[in-house]
Write a protein that binds this ligand. Sequence first.
Ligand SMILES: [Mg+2]
Length: 128
Amino acid sequence: MKAMVVDDERDVELLFRQYFRKEIQQKIIEFMFAFSGEEALELLHAMKQPPNVMLILSDINMPGMNGLELLQMVKKEFPLIRVSMITAYSNQYYERAMECGAENYYTKPLDFRALKREILKECNDEEN
Ligand SMILES: [Mg+2]
């Protein structure tokens, strides 16, 4: 399964690569990283259509396009891609995110165990 992580903090890539090292090695999951909403959309547009990205995990607070704007654009253009939000703003944007079609809402610091459970569950859903 291919997933895209969108966050303006570049350290996030390293965290995902560490916490999902085994799953990446075993090719259970493949990650792409974008560092802005704009870059995420560019990457999606550059892929064979429709993109084979199953899941986008996006930060909300980013310079330029924020994560909620990205969520809405993705839902409009690529309705099959699931989008979950990652934010340091506890529940401030929860309802808005859900209204816009977000799948899940994770708060920072990330609980990678819970996140991994969710993502692996989605991998299984895809196989079944
Ligand atoms: Mg941010």
